[in-house]
Ligand binder design. Structure first.
Ligand SMILES: COc1cccc(CC(=N)NC(=O)c2cccnc2OC2CCNCC2)c1
Length: 389
């Protein structure tokens, strides 16, 4: 009875895992747009589809409130992702986005928003193939409507609307194992404000550790140490794009980003995404860059703390500065901005700095998936060059 829905979908199936004859690539061919279902899937009677215009302050606030109260929680239900409105607008309005892929479900009578799912277009490289995909994210069903089998119909509806734009593949992540991960990543946390993290139960005092010893262990310099380390600016976009494109070529799955994409995804946006470059003091060449995004979590039911300020490692390219030193400067910059914790997945070259920079392993995994695209062998996390929001 497990995966009743996913066994009907064009995704790698567990039973096919060892079938070496199955070729890498699309599982099902595209169909003519005229043969794609033209009308939305049926919802249970009380509900209706709505396209969410995230530029509308009211709609964006409704989406924010739905996610803030009903989106993903950690395994112990102590924290819940609390994406901000400006973050959601950033995440959903990349170059070439489709408003019709921002899909809500309302109660017909009250017009209350009770479910949400989104897609954004992304050019992806899978080994040597450039594939147009949708990145599907923010699937959320109100806590009171769970196990009404709403999620499968929302996934089918976003798939239908993606097909109508002649796109046949997708990428998504989940904290649960579904048919079939292309890779499974371990997440890691680096304490920046250990006292608060221990107060709220995110971390525990280590064995034979006192609080003052713990504060000293995670203490960082007051400012970055790399000469030429500075905030990224618009004029850096061409150089950062060159660095990032060259770096991502080594990974089996990675986004194929051009300058417009880099301008959208990497340029600093307050309280959304931070990025820094290293400009060589002699040559003024941009030799490295690092970036992290801002994703706070609500702290559920704590008397004095309500928000956990978390930074999430995004894209990092070190060509001259040692990666560990560049990442340490990112930690220092995040501490300066009052983040409590810096999170990272063991993707790309991240596992080379995690232990040295005093990251601790998280208590779960993040699984990556492709829709309608088979890859022959599961990837190791360091073969993955893709970070989803
Ligand atoms: C600390 O507050 C949390 C609130 C909800 C869930 C989790 C645990 C968790 N599931 N973490 C991750 O998925 C995660 C851990 C490290 C890096 N990125 C991550 O997820 C990103 C990427 C996928 N979409 C959510 C944000 C933690």
């Amino acid at each position: 009875q497990r995966h009743k829905f996913w066994e009907t979908q064009p995704v790698g199936q567990f039973k096919d895992l060892h079938d070496a004859n199955l070729p890498e690539g699309p599982i099902e061919p595209p169909t003519p747009i005229s043969e794609v279902k033209q009308e939305p899937y049926n919802l249970p009677n009380l509900y209706e589809w709505v396209t969410c215009d995230m530029n509308s302050e009211d709609t964006c606030a409704e989406v924010y409130n739905l996610l803030s109260n009903n989106y993903v929680e950690d395994d112990e239900n102590m924290f819940r992702f609390n994406y901000s409105k400006e973050f959601l607008r950033w995440a959903l309005h990349p170059p070439g986005y489709y408003k019709t892929w921002h899909i809500g479900v309302r109660v017909k009578s009250s017009k209350k928003l009770v479910a949400f799912i989104t897609g954004i277009p992304a050019r992806m490289r899978v080994r040597s193939e450039i594939v147009s995909m949708a990145e599907v994210n923010f699937l959320c069903v109100h806590k009171k409507l769970r196990s009404k089998r709403l999620a499968p119909v929302m996934i089918k509806e976003v798939t239908r609307r993606v097909h109508l734009e002649n796109i046949w593949q997708a990428a998504y992540t989940a904290g649960v194992v579904l048919p079939t991960p292309i890779t499974s990543c371990q997440y890691w946390h680096r304490s920046l404000n250990p006292k608060k993290l221990i107060d709220v139960g995110f971390s525990r005092l280590g064995p034979r550790m006192t609080m003052s010893r713990t504060l000293k262990l995670y203490k960082l310099p007051d400012s970055p140490v790399t000469p030429g380390f500075r905030k990224m600016e618009l004029r850096d976009v061409p150089a950062v794009t060159r660095l990032l494109r060259a770096y991502l070529l080594q990974f089996a799955v990675a986004p194929d980003l051009d300058e417009l994409d880099v301008e959208h995804w990497i340029l600093p946006k307050e309280d959304v995404v931070d990025s820094f470059v290293v400009e060589s003091p002699e040559s003024h060449e941009i030799t490295d860059f690092c970036s992290f995004y801002t994703l706070p979590s609500s702290i559920l039911g704590h008397p004095t703390h309500s928000i956990l300020k978390a930074a999430y490692s995004y894209y990092i390219v070190a060509t001259k500065t040692p990666l560990v030193q560049l990442m340490n400067d990112a930690l220092i910059a995040a501490k300066q901005k009052d983040f409590d914790v810096f999170n990272a997945l063991d993707v790309m070259h991240n596992e080379t700095f995690l232990k040295e920079l005093k990251y601790g392993p998280g208590d779960g995994k993040l699984h990556y998936y492709l829709y309608n695209y088979r890859i022959k062998n599961i990837l190791r996390p360091w073969e993955l060059g893709l970070v989803l929001l």
